[in-house]
Design a binder for this molecule. Structure first.
Ligand code: TNX
Length: 568
């Protein structure tokens, strides 16, 4: 009976979900029908594994199940694991309908134990042991405990029949990630997302063991972070649509108080927020506020905040460095992350510094050959500010970009800069360069990790406004962050999925573009290649997508991978 009432609940939710989608756009109807049929077939399937990312060591155990009753406690030794215990309590209440008490101290008996032996938050390993006598999650950090809880939640999700009877099947899982950096990037500059939506995004990503959220806070389309010393930055730079409302999609910004709250919210879920302030290109919003940062000999027209433009900060202009010194000081004080991302991508150098007389004078003075060499000067000054603030710089790996002669490198990245490989086709070069020079590398290659690219032919063609390549779920799943080179793995920090938002105006679209490809990237970041297979992944994502549907989270149904065996 428990199962059939759960199933009818499921169907009610599906109908609700259906209405929800229906309201968004008529053309989703076909997708919805597939959802419904799919949901139906899933609710009949109670034993599917739902582990995503796949843990790196799973041993099935013989013996009887652990039975959860209303007398089972969640036991922690001290209050340092209170948040994790409450997470577990919430999860069990949703999945089993039992609200367990949390006990602090040394307790014996058939209970659920969360044991963190130290508080070394760098260590992400956890061990999950289930037998008839106890259920225990142990780790070296609260982060490890949190991940053990996410794994337990997925075990219960994939074993619905036992879960409905409050049973947990015996198992031993020893797990730690392949890469320390497992991130997603939200571009809140092109279209703004309110704090509440970013929090929902964090909830979801944390459940798949992502640990970094990069916020792309500034671009040509908007400046989204309050800087106390320069209130005009948000007063003007955050409002490109004069008639729009205060909070998105075109307008809006985060106050420092909101950001503190968001950072703390993310930290509880073991997600570090890395701020990105993109310079010297992608800067129309700041240049509209501070025209004195432009190359003075060039620009007579006021800069418009709006579309991605060619306009750039001026390398030879001291205002840039003074203003950014102040901005970066506030940013460094606000974000506890050790990293600051400074962009450095798509700088249209010849059109700007190449035509600016004072940049040319500076180029001669420094003995540089090309205008692009001024990137060394520009970032030399900016990076020394960042170092004094005790932060580590990250930049997009921009080697020989499309505005440069084919055989020239843009500039020499100092060793302490972590680079992010992003441009399709350039990853092997970025890998070679960083390995040779000793820089760390984060992998966000366009071929696999660009979440703004369409997921299937003709999927939302109205948003594919600049002919972006299609990146299917299967293609994303093929991503090996080491590009098959185990020797270069050591200098690779991890994986970043980037959701550029020129065409993404609301939270439904954000999650629709992110999932299910975000599940494939989570597994690329966490799971060793030998434990990854596409056929197993295709099955394991089903219960997770089904849960998202029940939770009212929009995602793209990957109908192209359906066949009778996938969800059966
Ligand atoms: C390139 S990726 C950009 C972004 C765009 C994106 C669109 C990168 C470092 N720069 O500014 O939004 O392509 O796919």
């Amino acid at each position: 009976r428990a199962l059939s009432s759960a199933a009818s609940d499921v169907y009610k939710r599906q109908i609700l979900c259906c209405t929800f989608y229906f309201k968004i756009e008529m053309k989703y109807i076909v997708v919805l029908l597939i959802c419904l049929m799919w949901g139906g077939s899933l609710s009949a399937q109670q034993n599917l594994s739902a582990l995503v990312p796949m843990p790196n060591h799973v041993e099935k155990q013989k013996g009887k199940a652990f039975v959860v009753t209303d007398k089972t406690w969640i036991v922690i030794r001290n209050a340092s694991l209170r948040f994790e215990a409450e997470e577990l309590q919430r999860m069990l209440e949703v999945q089993m309908g039992l609200r367990l008490n949390i006990q602090i101290g040394a307790v014996k008996g058939k209970h659920i134990y969360l044991i963190s032996n130290s508080q070394n938050e760098i260590l992400e390993h956890y061990r999950l042991r289930v037998n008839s006598k106890k259920l225990e999650i142990s780790a070296e950090s609260s982060k490890g405990i949190f991940y053990g809880i996410q794994t337990l939640a997925q075990l219960l999700l994939g074993d619905a029949e036992n879960t409905a009877h409050h049973r947990v099947t015996p198992v031993l899982i020893e797990d730690s990630p392949r890469f320390a950096f497992r991130g997603l990037m939200l571009d809140v500059a092109r279209h703004f997302l309110p704090v509440s939506d970013v929090k929902r995004f964090i909830d979801l990503m944390a459940s798949f063991k992502y640990n970094v959220l990069q916020l792309h806070l500034t671009d040509d389309q908007g400046w989204r972070i309050e800087i106390k010393q320069y209130p005009q930055l948000t007063k003007i730079g955050a409002f490109r649509n004069k008639k729009g409302s205060d909070q998105g999609p075109d307008n809006g910004y985060y106050t420092q108080e909101q950001l503190k709250d968001l950072i703390a919210y993310a930290a509880q879920r073991h997600v570090e927020i890395i701020p990105e302030l993109d310079i010297p290109g992608h800067t129309a919003a700041v240049l509209a506020v501070f025209p004195e940062m432009l190359c003075q000999s060039l620009n007579t027209v006021p800069v418009q905040i709006g579309k991605t433009t060619d306009v750039m900060m001026c390398a030879s202009n001291e205002h840039c460095y003074k203003i950014y010194q102040n901005i970066l000081t506030e940013v460094a004080g606000l974000f506890p992350s050790r990293s600051i991302h400074l962009g450095g991508d798509e700088a249209v150098i010849e059109k700007n510094w190449g035509k600016c007389s004072s940049c040319q004078v500076l180029k001669e003075k420094l003995g540089y050959q090309k205008s692009s060499d001024l990137m060394n000067y520009f970032f030399g000054k900016i990076l020394s500010i960042v170092r004094k603030l005790k932060k580590e710089p990250i930049l997009w790996c921009e080697l020989n970009n499309i505005w440069m002669p084919a055989d020239s490198y843009l500039f020499n990245y100092p060793k302490d800069v972590t680079l992010v490989s992003w441009r399709a086709g350039l990853t092997p070069l970025c890998q070679e360069l960083t390995q040779k020079n000793g820089n760390s590398l984060i992998m966000a290659p366009g071929e696999y990790a660009y979440l703004d690219y369409p997921q299937y032919k003709n999927d939302l063609p109205e948003y594919n406004n600049w002919g972006m390549p299609i990146t299917t779920l299967e293609k994303t799943y093929q991503f090996d962050p080491a590009y098959g080179d185990e020797f270069s793995e050591k200098h690779i920090r991890g994986v970043l999925g980037t959701l550029w938002s020129e065409a993404i105006k609301d939270f439904n679209r954000v999650t629709y573009m992110t999932y299910p490809r975000g599940l494939a990237l989570a597994e690329a970041g966490w799971t060793q290649m030998e434990h990854r297979t596409w056929s197993s992944f295709k099955q394991r994502i089903c219960p997770n997508l089904y849960k998202m549907m029940k939770d009212g989270i929009s995602f793209r149904v990957p109908f192209e991978i359906f066949s009778s065996y996938v969800c059966n």
